[in-house]
Design a protein around this ligand. Sequence first.
Ligand code: WT7
Length: 703
Amino acid sequence: MATVPKQPQQQVVTTSEAQIAVHWREEEYYYPSSKFIGQANLNDPDILNRFSEDKFPECFREYADMLSWDKYWHTTLDTSDPPFWKWFVGGKLNASYNCVDRHQAKYKNKAALIFVPEPENEAPIAVTYRDLYVRVNEFAALLRDHCGLKTGDRVTIHLPMIPELPISMLACARLGVIHSVVFGGFSGEACGLRAADSSSHVLITIDGYYRNGKLLDHKAAADVALETAAKEGHKIDKVLVWRRHQGQNASASPFVQHRDFWVDEILPNYSGEIVPPVSMDAEAPLFLMYTSGSTGKPKGCQHRTGGYLAYVTGTSKYIQDIHPEDVYWCMADIGWITGHSYIVYGPLSLAATSVIYEGVPTYPDAGRVWRIAERLNVNIFHTSPTAIRMLRKAGHDEPTKYNYHFKHMTTVGEPIEPEVWRWYYETVGKREAVIVDTWWQTENGGFLCSTKPALDPMKPGSAGPGMPGIFPEILDEMGEVVPAGSGKAGNICIRNPWPGIMQTIWGDRERFVNQYYRKYCKNPNSKDWRDWPYFAADGAVLAVDGYFRILGRVDDVINVAGHRLGTKEIESACLTVDEVAEAAVVPVVDEIKGRVPEVYVSLKPGFQPSQEVVDKVNRAVETIIGKIARPKHIHIVPDMPKTRSGKLMRRILASISNRGATGDITTLANPDVVEKVRELVQGKEPVAVGEVAEDIKQFGKED
Ligand code: WT7
């Protein structure tokens, strides 16, 4: 074990902020239709018995048995090195074999993927399981022979939503090469930093792709990524470039000889090659997925092969209700964990047809999503509250104009407002589809809380109970359990390990322990998993019916449109602007995206506030992180509110941005600055102070 965890700190205050009662109106239940129940994969209430706590950890065999193993495991859960749990130890398997090869006998002519290009005049393209097999094998041969990649190496993939993305991932998995997919919308710099952190010597990219009607130059980002990695002291040797349109080049970036290669020029050398899937240890890493934490540096969540694949397969089957005959469309980007687990690995492991849409949901108009659903006969739909809010705003009645029928829908990534939920249910789902609100995180591999679609009633705004075999609880700052129905908020934790949990943070075991286990560890010397609750860094309330309502992050992470951004990352980007002396980033409520970052900067002596500085800060955030992090506002302030010891009070700035009460400011070193900043942001007349969301109240309380 890396660090000795400390006991929860004794607090002087009697009521912590996390304990403040939250008064929700209890929402009424909605029930799945008998038609849905009749066909559901999971409609046997005995599941609760099969996954009861006394059956843990062996209950998870049920998921692992859905996979094809080269060698069966001898130990389901090994707890000898807490909290580095090991799953299905001794077992061997290959993820690409499980998602591709094993479906050849029965499903080779069935679509594995259907690619929908953004331009509506480009027809959808189906990739059958046979095609997928051929393409994964050929590309694996290229990775092995042209790039010299071998088991255990890392490869960074910076691709948009095109079939070549899952093909690249599965080709890596076939060789036991660890893939690290960086969201296509992230900047070249963000990509380069991640490539350096994982020491990837190969970067996979594409010349360009469509976004909102424009063909974007994407290869240019690879050039920046290589420069950035070089600055970090890391050399990327080869860049493999897929091509969006045969015979064309969407990028202005020059090709560097012996470094950059068009995939379609070298792939014919591997035509028809078959690469035997490497039989991997269940515990061998399958991929890294970088996510933001409370410090500046993104962390590489390292996911294992056996446990991860078992968990996403089991949950795709039971919670997503995927059958091989379903057409399943998850609108997330594969560059996030949702896409890894619930576009690629889970659905393909179950021989589903998984839809990949290249572009923006509202392009060219508010009907696009529903036209795709109608044309492809999609019957399972999966998206985020941000997308739902956006689609509702763009075309409230649009879904009614199209003849599609969903049996099942998912919402994931952020809390969903009950009224938005009801629009999803009534208008998008046409009252026919069951909804699951799945709560989980990049670190978790798969769902942690959700209703079981055929067995549990739905409650708008609540994720539902813990998943089968997952035992969540709410703890207060002292480590005491907050009882169900108390109406009090606290930190949601998971009492037990599960197969989908990440193995560690790539290259940083200590940070892994500190981040997730230190806060509530009961005994650092214990090898009993019961002493090691997982701390998720989300606030939640538990109702009497056992349903969890997730309130949002309790750390310095802002959940923008269902994606995590670290405030420290954005602040460091702002500080690269010469004129900027100090920067503070806070979350502000946004009608569509849930939360968005707002930036406060103060300038170095001798500089005056100007639009030019604002533009520079904007550009810095876009180039260092990506457009997704673009601030809602940038405020240039004369000074930052600070404590006497010089600590920047982000909490106060967050209240100003969100029109909340600033609380006691008398202990500040510079209380006068608060009113100055308030006036700057809200105007001369004091605005009425309103009720502020729980996560915003919690924000920066550690400062
Ligand atoms: C954070 C994790 C893995 C899903 C995609 C986001 C928030 C996630 C829900 C939900 C309320 C949710 C949490 C969590 N979140 N799902 N159903 N209801 N909040 O993955 O980028 O790792 O973000 O998203 O705050 O901690 P991520």
